[in-house]
Design a protein around this ligand. Structure first.
Ligand code: ACO
Length: 708
């Protein structure tokens, strides 16, 4: 593994604390106390013009007066003094500067923050912060935080955007018996962000699992690119807060308004193998398994239990957490023949009944652990019984695992009174994840499998993109040159046809007579639609009429559209009426692309129709996606069964829908100027009959042209 560019920051030979207060309780004072008391082996230089020494370390009035080289500076002086101190650090040749001080971007002082960064850049120094609590590094026994003096050492690296939460996590990890290889506060991320820190902990030999607490990112694509590689070596568990819909901005298109940033984070994390936990408890539960258990060799899980009810709870949870139960009954019968009490069950969950003792658990566990064929992981469940000793059982389990050396994931759950708590702690301290709740045990095994599936999945290449991209670009350029952000229907139709997607035959007409002759040429039924760049939501404006079966109905629809649109949009210029052949049958869907502030272009698939924004039955991916991922997007919506032949209906043409998703994703990826694109509705016909774009819309970015 290559050395990390941040090695000197996490393993400095010397640290200066600027603003090393003499007063206990002040942040600068606590920083020196923590560094000294935790046993940092390097040199410590408190910087304070008024102090002689702090915690026995000689103080200097300025870093420039320290007679030796300094690798790291921690700055804890009021915000207005920070820039000058960063300059001093740069001049002194200090390459890493942690700015603890608050009072920058988080309170609107962007200019001041930019000046601090500029000062650091001038000297090639890197900044962590401002507005951070510091960091802890096991690699050098350096606790340069103003949090608790005590930090439990271990192999979990925490990267947190929330300072207060991070400080609380130091205590919580001790409580949870989870040790840290590092904890880093990200603060305002003026320079170093989660991206560089994940890279650092990837190369840190003390770190086994990386836990990320994120509130947002400006570097979504970089994060994905780095995570995609790192998760193959080390799992990344993330909590992304702010999952409410507040983040969703107002947008002209359906795709844009459906793309709340949380749904995009969800998709992006899945695409790059980051395991997203919903809360801290879940994250810690998962980390316990990910940090201790080997990779499984297959999908099948065996549950053993002494209580039917606990087995059922776990079985239900397996379905939710996508854990596959071993269900080869003849094999199970053979495996456990004569090993289970006669009133027990060899059906998975294997029930040894409440009469099971240590010896029964040992025997059955040995069989499960030693099986080389079908048992890939084990969930061992236990309900405390009157005359059993939980701690003894835990010790037996520890011994059996050591003796069999089976190298398969083995996770425990124990329910009961006081003695069970001791047994669970014993198992956890011995590196066997154990939980008081079987659902948590299953969910943690599910996280292990989620990662396992990700790293075993062969990545499908993007494949060919048969589209005349240059012509599409020219259409976009033309609109831009004319000062439009909305493409005309005709331009959109041209782009849709460049993508090779089918559209109904249509013709723009100006009069009723023109409409009738167009309809008769293409054959009834037809649809009439208003053509106006000023009317975006045509249906709401009364600008769309369906099921028109003869000339008389054409005339009525024409008048109705004109009256309604003029009434609702008196200022709108109406270019004409579009007559299109009407496509009947099929499922109404929406395929769209939009632009996310963190991840750039994303692609969406969902059920279409008038309830699209109410039902929100959609799936997202960061664009572009290969076709297998596009198929997974169809499978990923709640209404997916409709596409696979629900209630005796013929199955729908999923392949053509996936192909449309793929094409929109590719197009969004190359047309960086596009803000949003909707194919809505996209009618997905019966299998083998393809899909048809009934309406589409393309909106350009406001400023135009900027790369993501
Ligand atoms: N160089 C060296 N020493 C200096 C300098 C300087 N330029 N300026 C001041 N000092 C000394 C002071 O003399 C003082 O020492 P003394 O107490 O021995 O006299 C010490 O440095 C501290 O200076 P103060 O002016 O007393 O500053 P104070 O300690 O009150 O506040 C701080 C400084 C902590 C950086 C404050 O401005 C701040 O930003 N607090 C918030 C920090 C924070 O919460 N960060 C985010 C963490 S994440 C989270 O949310 C938990």
């Amino acid at each position: 593994m290559k050395a990390s560019p941040l090695d000197r920051m996490f393993s400095p030979r010397s640290v200066a604390v600027i603003g090393a207060s003499r007063t206990p309780g002040k942040i600068g004072n606590t920083l020196v106390r923590n560094i000294v008391s935790y046993g940092f082996k390097g040199e410590v230089y408190p910087i304070n013009p008024n102090a002689e020494d702090v915690y026995g370390k000689k103080a200097y009035p300025s870093v420039s007066e320290v007679p030796c080289e300094i690798d790291l500076a921690v700055v804890a002086v009021p915000a207005p003094c920070v820039r000058a101190e960063v300059e001093n650090c740069g001049r002194k040749g200090i390459k890493f500067i942690v700015v603890i001080s608050s009072g920058f971007k988080e309170i609107g002082k962007r200019k001041e923050e930019a000046e601090v960064l500029q000062a650091a850049r001038k000297y090639g120094s890197r900044i962590l912060g401002p507005n951070v609590f510091g960091f802890f590094s096991r690699a050098s026994d350096l606790n340069c935080t103003f949090g608790p003096a005590e930090v439990a050492k271990g192999n979990i690296a925490i990267i947190t955007q929330s300072g207060a939460l991070g400080i609380a996590l130091i205590g919580k990890t001790i409580e949870e018996r989870i040790g840290l290889s590092g904890i880093v506060s990200l603060g305002n991320k003026s320079d170093l962000s989660e991206v560089e820190l994940i890279q650092h902990f990837d190369s840190d030999p003390h770190t086994k699992v990386i836990f990320l607490y994120l509130e947002g990112t400006k570097r979504g694509r970089d994060l994905m690119a780095v995570a995609r590689k790192v998760v193959r070596r080390k799992p990344i568990v993330a909590i992304k807060s702010g999952s409410s819909q507040k983040g969703a901005r107002a947008a002209a298109s359906h795709t844009g308004s459906l793309a709340g940033s949380d749904a995009i984070f969800d998709a992006a994390f899945k695409q790059c193998g980051i395991l997203r936990a919903s809360d801290l408890d879940e994250a810690f539960n998962w980390i316990r398994v990910l940090a201790t258990q080997p990779q499984p060799k297959g999908e099948r899980t065996l549950i053993i239990t002494n209580a039917g009810g606990m087995g059922v709870l776990a079985t239900d949870a397996c379905e939710r957490s996508e854990v596959t139960l071993l269900d080869d009954q003849p094999y199970l019968d053979k495996l456990f023949e004569g090993q289970i009490l006669p009133f027990g069950s060899t059906k998975n969950p294997v029930d040894m009944t409440g009469q099971a003792r240590d010896a029964d658990y040992e025997r059955v566990m040995r069989i499960g652990l030693s099986d080389k064929k079908v048992v890939h992981s084990i969930l061992s469940l236990y309900c405390e019984t009157v005359d059993a000793n939980s701690l003894n059982l835990a010790k037996t389990m520890d011994r059996v695992i050591a003796e069999t050396g089976a190298g398969k994931p083995c996770i425990f759950s124990m329910i009961g009174g006081g003695t069970v708590k001791g047994a669970i702690d014993f198992l956890n301290d011995s590196g066997h994840p154990a939980y008081p709740n079987p659902v948590d045990a299953v969910s943690s095994l599910g996280a292990l499998y989620q990662r396992w599936r990700f790293i075993n999945k062969t990545e499908e290449p993007l494949g060919d993109f048969e589209c005349d991209v240059e012509s599409a670009r020219l259409l976009v350029k033309k609109a831009r040159a004319e000062g439009r952000v909305q493409l005309y229907a005709q331009e959109v139709a041209e782009i849709v046809s460049l993508l090779g997607l089918r559209q109904p035959r249509n013709k723009v007409c100006r009069t009723v007579a023109e409409c009738v002759s167009a309809a008769e040429e293409m054959g009834y039924p037809v649809v009439l639609k208003v053509v106006s760049k000023d009317i975006i939501h045509k249906t709401e404006a009364g600008g769309v009429k369906l099921d028109i079966d003869d000339a008389r109905e054409v005339a009525t629809a024409f008048e109705a559209i004109m009256t309604s649109c003029k009434q609702r949009y008196p200022e709108a210029t109406i270019q004409g009426i579009l007559v299109s052949e009407q496509v009947r049958g099929g499922v109404e869907t929406i395929v769209g692309g939009s632009t996310d502030p963190a991840f750039g272009h994303v692609v969406m698939f969902g059920m279409g129709g008038i309830y699209v924004e109410v039902l929100k039955d959609v799936s997202f991916r960061v664009a572009p996606v290969p076709e297998n991922e596009a198929r997974a997007m169809v499978r990923g919506i709640r209404s997916a069964p409709i596409f696979y032949g629900a209630r005796g209906e013929p199955p729908k043409d999923v392949e053509s829908a996936a192909s449309a998703i793929y094409k929109v994703g590719r197009l969004m990826d190359v047309l960086t100027d596009v803000l949003e694109m909707d194919l809505n509705p996209l009618m997905v016909l019966d299998a083998g009959k393809g899909c048809v774009v009934l309406d589409a819309r393309i909106t350009l970015k406001d400023e135009g042209g900027e790369e993501q």
